[in-house]
Design a protein around this ligand. Structure first.
Ligand SMILES: [Zn+2]
Length: 269
């Protein structure tokens, strides 16, 4: 098994126990337009308007029990034609990796153009102990669409604006839907106090991420954001505090968990 998939499936759930840094939202229909599927520590998001459903991120590789989760939110994954990835990490793009069961087999994958260097193995994803460089192992089927900063997609009557927010990875994107809903991926970690720059441990370039968050806050300042759908902090509507701690990286430890309301073991829910 590839290294980062092994970490994702076997190591991360064990070493994360008690750290309480992930608090995803359980699978369900949250508003008239927004629903989600939870896969342990991460969410896949769906936006639904007039019968058209767009998916954001695809979760882990070969995650079990998905039929029941799709039934809960009344979404047929075969009818998804558009998938937007916030980035190509194993927990967000694993669901459409060519080495596994593609959960959205009929969808065209949209991914930030700067993310392609990971998909081609030209860029490492993680450096540990200064010299150990680990590459992302996700591979996507041919025909994915690379997107650029500021691109706007109209899908039926849904507006999706792509915003480049590099740092977590070089091609990390957020998506603003209908000017009201932000898909934030892994640039922010959010708890009861507000939003922080995502955890350094998982972020490739933490200072770049903080700069990107400053820009993102400015870009969104004239918008009326109603909700944020995050990678690992669930569904949030406390928008006033979204960037409150963007200059600080979120931290976690057993004595000082990031989110007191998060589950101790994210595999049990
Ligand atoms: Zn993630």
């Amino acid at each position: 098994m590839k290294l980062l998939y092994f970490f994702d499936e076997y190591i991360k759930p064990r070493v994360s126990r008690g750290l309480k840094f992930c608090n995803p939202t359980n699978s369900g229909i949250l508003t008239e337009r927004i629903s989600c599927i939870r896969q342990n520590d991460v969410n896949i998001w769906f936006y639904n308007k007039n019968g058209t459903v767009i998916a954001f991120d695809s979760g882990h590789l070969n995650f079990p029990g998905l039929d029941a989760e799709f039934a809960k939110i009344k979404v047929d994954p075969l009818r998804i034609e558009y998938l937007f990835l916030t980035h190509a990490d194993v927990d967000h793009a694993g669901g459409v990796d060519i080495s596994g069961n593609n959960i959205f087999p009929n969808a065209r994958i949209h991914v930030g153009k700067e993310e392609e260097q990971y998909l081609k193995g030209e860029m490492h994803r993680i450096t540990k102990l200064k010299f150990i460089k680990i590459k992302n192992c996700v591979r996507l089927k041919e025909g994915y669409r690379l997107i650029e900063d500021g691109e706007i997609f109209w899908i039926d009557k849904i507006k999706v604006e792509a915003i480049h927010v590099p740092g977590h990875t070089l091609g990390h994107y957020c998506y603003l839907i209908d000017e009201k809903v932000l898909i934030s991926g892994d640039c922010l970690a959010i708890n009861q106090n507000g939003g922080y720059a995502f955890f350094d441990f998982f972020t490739q370039f933490p200072e770049m991420n903080k700069k990107s968050l400053e820009r993102l806050e400015k870009l969104l300042s004239d918008k009326n954001i109603e909700s944020v759908c995050s990678g690992h902090s669930g569904f949030r509507t406390d928008i006033e505090k979204l960037f409150a701690f963007r200059e600080q990286s979120a931290t976690f430890s057993r004595s000082n968990p990031f989110d007191k309301e998060a589950p101790r073991d994210f595999t049990k829910y």
